[in-house]
Design a protein around this ligand. Structure first.
Ligand code: AMP
Length: 188
């Protein structure tokens, strides 16, 4: 199994690159943001609860997302591998993911971070907000809070994976095609 964590701040291009990578490498795209938005759209209790956090740019509690990820992994045990997009976002999530994958005998292969500066991220998110309908991409205060949460709660995962010798950075400021090429070189 090839299990990749695609890491980076909101707007770094994780979703865009994941779409391309799953097509080329036949991996399963596991985006916790996508799952949460689908739950919200379906009007489930989980979706409604999660929306209270999403609309403020806060993180949904660990136990909720960890449970969702465990379900998705268990539904796809014969997969070639997973691209984890937007998960893990806290050290507790990283530890839970390691535990799940180690039990299966298929630990994380690499954690690849898309590196993009905050001015560019803000521009991209506001632009995406014009067409995505995502409220959390339309409000600058929410965007700023998402960066704050990312820096405080998510960024420590860089050291977490670095300590395992799994961290790699890619320049996410480049064109989509160039970034994709860089990711493919790593995955190949
Ligand atoms: P994303 O689509 O990855 O930008 O996620 C959108 C929102 O969903 C985030 O701002 C969080 O509120 C929530 N979310 C997505 N993934 C996670 C996660 N792994 N842990 C906690 N909250 C998450």
């Amino acid at each position: 199994m090839k299990n990749i964590v695609l890491f980076g701040p909101p707007g770094a291009g994780k979703g865009t690159q994941s779409e391309r990578l799953i097509e080329k490498y036949k991996l399963i795209h596991l985006s916790t943001g996508d799952i949460l938005r689908a739950e919200r759209k379906a009007g489930t209790t989980l979706g409604k609860k999660a929306n209270e956090y999403i609309e403020k740019g806060e993180l949904v509690p660990d136990e909720v997302v960890i449970g969702m990820v465990a379900n998705k992994i268990n539904e796809n045990l014969n997969a070639i591998g997973f691209i984890f997009d937007g998960f893990p976002r806290t050290t507790a999530q990283g530890e839970a993911l390691d535990e799940m994958l180690n039990k299966l005998g298929h630990p994380i292969t690499k954690m690849i971070a898309l590196e993009v500066d905050e001015d560019e991220l803000t521009k991209r998110l506001l632009l995406r907000g014009e067409t995505s309908g995502r409220a959390d991409d339309q409000d600058e205060a929410t965007i700023r809070n998402r960066f704050k949460v990312y820096n405080n709660e998510t960024l420590p995962l860089k050291d977490y994976y670095d300590a395992q010798g799994k961290y790699l950075g890619v320049n996410g400021m480049n064109r989509i095609e160039t970034v994709f090429g860089d990711l493919c070189k790593i995955l190949d």
